[in-house]
Write a protein that binds this ligand. Structure first.
Ligand SMILES: Nc1ncnc2c1ncn2[C@@H]1O[C@@H]2COP(=O)(O)O[C@H]2[C@H]1O
Length: 542
């Protein structure tokens, strides 16, 4: 027998676990064990196995964190538990062989107490299909969970325990938690409440200890739809954090804004030691966490002043306000209310009542108007009988795009008319909002006159808008037709047999498909400008 054969024989006789068992079993190794088939005791199969790199474990941790919002303590606990378990009990472990879905669904386990020998015999592997099944049944993670969390971690019982604990916390009704006295809340409940409050925009910049103190002061209020929560010009004695539902903000019956889950309500009057600036009505069932004025002033007011100082610094950079005194800008900042918009959000519609002035702090806002375009199609359906199909599209026509530091909404307040344009957020945008009463209070008539002159917007005529929209719609299609004709290519040329044989057409295939893609994009762009469509079918007789 030559040397290499001898070597091969020794390897096949020696169970692979023998070599492995002398080393402590880390989670990395545990993972390797999961994919080693104990009946294929073949060295090459083992040496081919790649060790799971440490950074992949770190990745798993990150994924887990992102998915479940587990606190870092709990994650590290779950991981360190798994490390420890394996390190301390190198042989008393349960091995599960996970065969791919295409193979049989069998599982094997080995329990070896003979630590001195460190030998695992193949016959001691027990088929425990039932056991594995029952374990799988007891922890049936959601599909998204399976995509993100590594399989080895999903199979761990300590991970399962942590998951269940967090699931209970996520499913907690914090309204109920908040309505109990702080001394009656469990640690988990307190933690869940603090976590939720810290994630709201209003409390996001506030240190955890302060959030903790605030949570102890909250009481809970519930409102059914249509109930008045705040009355304009009332004395403010508290602020609210909306735990659930939607609240509409009204001034003189005009809806000027809204506040929803996770947003504050009624903080402006406390910040400025003023009367309530607006009415607030619940538009759905609403649950609020109430914080009394005295607690607000004690715990949060100073921190909020820092935020207002940031507004002041920002406003001082806008050329129009540079001639204002610092105190005046500060007064303006104190009255500003931050509103966040997502791409496509309509801030106001043409014809709405004008009740607010906006300064763009982040993002971009487009002022738009619209026009109606009509298409008709007529065809004969009998003797002197016609069918007429009329489609009327309402097309958006962009007027102006405003960026950070620019402002809008003032012209209609000054002219005391309804909105002449529509304002839409083009991207994630933040605006600082000033209500009409405060706006008229802060800007003296001379300033209003300057603002009015600045904000004049040229409104195009209906014909002008129609022409531009049609130009945009047809110019590209025309270009495409001219190009195809110049190349002597028909629209359906790529489907024909001739096309496959024609070398020139083959060369043009890439170009043609990119042209088609561009045309499709252009059509989708035009389609996105249609905000309303009316269709009429008429029978006509002559
Ligand atoms: N334009 C607005 N947009 C959103 N919320 C507003 C607006 N104006 C007022 N509010 C809220 O409505 C509340 C009315 O009472 P406050 O003035 O105490 O605080 C006010 C703000 O929380």
């Amino acid at each position: 027998m030559n040397k290499s054969n001898e070597y091969k024989k020794s390897q096949t006789l020696k169970p692979i676990e023998y070599r492995r068992a002398s080393q402590p079993l880390s989670p990395l190794r545990a993972k390797q064990y999961q994919i080693v088939n104990p009946f294929q005791r073949n060295l090459s199969a083992v040496t081919k196995l790649k060790r799971r790199p440490y950074n992949s474990i770190a990745q798993d941790k990150e994924q887990l964190k992102a998915f479940k919002n587990l606190s870092s303590d709990e994650i590290s606990k779950s991981f360190s538990n798994s490390d420890e378990k394996h390190r301390m009990t190198p042989l008393n472990f349960t091995k599960t062989k996970c065969i791919s879905a295409s193979e049989q669904n069998l599982s094997y386990t080995k329990t070896n107490t003979n630590a001195s020998k460190n030998i695992l015999k193949s016959d001691s592997w027990i088929k425990i299909e039932d056991m594995a099944k029952s374990r799988r049944n007891s922890f049936n993670p959601p599909l998204t969970f399976k995509k993100i969390i590594p399989e080895w971690l999903l199979s761990r019982s300590d991970f399962y325990a942590t998951y269940m604990k967090m699931k209970q916390q996520v499913g907690l009704d914090l309204g109920e938690v908040c309505s109990s006295a702080p001394s009656e809340r469990t640690e988990d409940e307190k933690e869940a409440l603090i976590k939720w409050v810290s994630n709201t925009r209003f409390f996001s910049a506030i240190p955890k200890v302060i959030v903790q103190e605030t949570c102890d002061k909250f009481s809970v209020l519930e409102f059914s739809p249509g109930a008045q929560i705040i009355k304009k010009d009332d004395i403010a004695d508290c602020m609210y954090l909306i735990y659930f539902g939607m609240v509409g903000i009204y001034v003189d019956g005009i809806r000027i804004g809204q506040r929803s889950q996770g947003e504050s309500l009624g903080e402006t009057a406390l910040d400025n030691i003023k009367l309530r600036s607006a009415d607030a009505f619940s538009e759905t069932n609403v649950v609020l966490f109430k914080l009394k004025k005295i607690d607000y002033e004690h715990i949060i007011l100073n921190l909020k002043k820092l935020e207002k100082h940031e507004y002041t610094k920002f406003i001082m950079t806008i050329p129009f306000f540079q001639r204002w005194s610092f105190i005046k800008v500060q007064n303006l900042s104190n009255l500003l209310i931050q509103s966040v918009y997502n791409p496509g959000d309509v801030i106001y519609e043409k014809g709405d009542q004008s009740a607010t002035f906006y300064i763009i702090k982040e993002g971009s806002i487009q002022l738009q108007t619209y026009t109606h375009l009509e298409w008709q199609n007529k065809w004969p359906v009998g003797s002197r009988q016609w069918k007429l199909r009329k489609i009327t599209n309402k097309f958006i026509y962009p007027l102006k795009t405003l960026l950070k530091g620019e402002f809008f909404g003032e012209s209609e307040i000054i002219s005391n008319c309804t909105r002449e344009t529509r304002a839409v957020a083009l991207e994630h945008s933040i605006c600082l909002v000033l209500n009409k009463d405060e706006f008229l209070e802060l800007f003296p008539p001379r300033e209003l006159e300057i603002l009015k002159q600045r904000s004049v917007l040229r409104m195009p005529s209906k014909q002008e808008m129609e022409m531009k929209i049609k130009q945009e719609m047809y110019s590209n299609e025309e270009k495409e037709h001219i190009l195809l004709e110049a190349m002597r290519l028909g629209h359906g040329f790529e489907k024909g047999r001739e096309f496959l044989l024609d070398a020139r057409s083959k060369k043009l295939r890439g170009w043609y498909s990119s042209l088609k893609q561009r045309t499709r994009q252009q059509r989708a762009k035009i389609q996105s400008k249609i905000i309303d469509q009316k269709e009429e079918n008429l029978n006509m007789s002559m």
